[in-house]
Write a protein that binds this ligand. Structure first.
Ligand code: ATR
Length: 277
């Protein structure tokens, strides 16, 4: 029987997940279907119950249900717990296993697809919301020389730095700061994990942070040359990236978790890439 998967969210029509998982399934010869599941607010648990009752095997979860999925799960991975949000579920009988693959997908894109190492590097992470939180543990596992988390509301950046310290970061290795503190500092890699680009806004980052920067990475996908990427480009950064690779890699992680086979992401990235102009 064909195994059933879906992405649940509201709205959900814009989701690329059915296309991505359809391409993965075809390339790896997996017998599965993957559909969109739009669910009213407050309807998450009922919709997932029904999907499981109809032999659903797993789901991706997107806004606004990542916290509902966290609550619904019976087992949560360490990274899902740390991110405080869930983007993939696997159903095994009465068990509901929860994962968050956004951060590992991001790191895989940077180290494997873009061939940039974070180990021993000075890394700047802009933002301290859900996206930044998801990246924290996977970034730490790469052992950067320094990870600076910068946020408008300083207390959220400090909170993430405190979590990193609890997770074994060396003293001074992970620091929280505000934008004004970035004056005079430079970084090898800069990530924009704020939601500013979704509204065409620029986080107030000084262009001087890019002086020796080899990669500027916008976690948002499909927005072209965002104000953040334009600033980096004008400051001379040679390599710019948006979140298309992260999107493909987090999907590949979920696919491997569900199906036991890791698909190649190159065809998906080529299909979904939007020119950074
Ligand atoms: P997400 O899940 O996309 O991370 P979020 O949890 O709402 O969304 O977090 C949004 C992040 O973008 C926050 O770090 C927010 O900063 P504050 O915590 O100070 O609000 C940041 N952000 C949003 N718009 C921004 C802007 N114009 N400039 C700088 N940071 C911005």
């Amino acid at each position: 029987m064909t195994d059933r998967y879906a992405v649940i969210g509201n709205p959900i029509q814009q989701s690329k997940s059915p296309l991505i998982h359809g391409m993965f399934a075809q390339a790896t010869g997996q017998d599965m279907e993957y559909t969109l599941l739009e669910t009213p607010l407050g309807g998450f648990a009922g919709a997932v119950d029904a999907f499981r009752a109809a032999a659903g095997k797993g789901m991706n979860v997107t806004a606004p249900f990542k916290l509902d999925a966290f609550a619904y799960a019976t087992e949560r991975s360490e990274r899902a717990q740390l991110a405080g949000a869930v983007n993939a579920l696997k159903f095994e009988g009465a068990q509901v296993l929860a994962e968050n693959f956004d951060g590992v997908g991001l790191v895989r894109d940077v180290t494997h697809n873009l061939q940039r190492q974070l180990k021993g590097r000075r890394v700047l992470l802009l933002g301290a919301g859900g996206a930044a939180r998801g990246a924290l543990l996977p970034f730490l596992a790469q052992q950067p020389d320094r990870l600076v988390i910068c946020n408008r509301s300083l207390e959220k950046a400090l909170e993430l730095a405190a979590i990193a310290a609890k997770q074994g970061a060396a003293p001074g290795q992970v620091l929280g700061c505000s934008y004004a503190d970035l004056d005079g500092q430079t970084f090898d890699v800069v990530f924009n994990a704020t939601s500013a680009s979704l509204r065409g806004e620029l986080p107030p980052v000084p262009a001087t942070v890019f002086a020796n920067c080899g990669l500027a990475y916008e976690l948002a996908y499909g927005k072209g040359l965002t104000p953040f990427l334009r600033l980096a480009q004008n400051a001379g950064v040679k390599r710019l990236a948006d979140g298309v690779g992260m999107l493909a890699e987090q999907a590949a992680e979920a696919f491997a978790w569900w199906r036991g086979v890791r698909p190649d992401t190159r065809a998906v990235i080529a299909r979904l890439s939007v020119a950074l102009v």
